[in-house]
Design a protein around this ligand. Sequence first.
Ligand SMILES: *Cc1c(COP(=O)(O)O)cnc(C)c1O
Length: 234
Amino acid sequence: MTPSNPVDPVAKLAEAKARLKAALAEAGRDAAVELVAVTKTHGPHEIMPLLEAGHRRFGENRVQEAQSKWPALKARYPDIILHLIGPLQTNKVADAVALFDVIESLDRPKLAGALAAEMTKSGRRPALFVQINTGEEPQKAGVLPTEADAFIAACRADFGLEPEGLMCIPPAAAAPAPHFALLAKIAGRCGLNKLSMGMSGDYEIAAQLGATQVRIGSALFGARGTTPHAPVAS
Ligand SMILES: *Cc1c(COP(=O)(O)O)cnc(C)c1O
């Protein structure tokens, strides 16, 4: 805890885990749901307490921001599992494959081709999730629901990629449950069994509707400010 961050992420993490557990019990769902701590805009001084408490799974939405803090943290804690949860440009694919263990934003053939080539070249094989634009929002990344089956088939047949699951970000103003249910339905018919869905405001609902991982930021760290984080001292 620092004066600029009155929130205690370790206590908040315990609270979120307890709420997840209660939501799963309420739904009669006997499953482990991974909690991805989303650390965008937050610096090493806020992340370190979670690492010291044993948490290892984290998410960032920008390659460049992640590069500025995670190599040093991964050097100290080699078992960190880092998820890319934001859009990926093809010119950042090599950097993303080098740094991330899970890439959740696969959403177009050009990116599938670039990822396949880089994975062959580097020998690194991050787990891949296909992002679905369940709300069909024009400004949002992701494959349209009507195009999901064909895109997933193309990932397998044309690019030799085997996505592990699906990811979605429901429209901010909408009730999230129908979007989570749609994601689960698409995954089911495409033979995928991992679902990345649910954020600070709706992770309990997502867990009840089949999430295998939830992505939680502000519920752990408080509201995101605009102050850039300090670099990691090495
Ligand atoms: C920022 C972000 C989150 C976390 O959002 P909170 O509401 O702060 O929990 C989850 N998923 C994605 C894709 C994000 O960009």
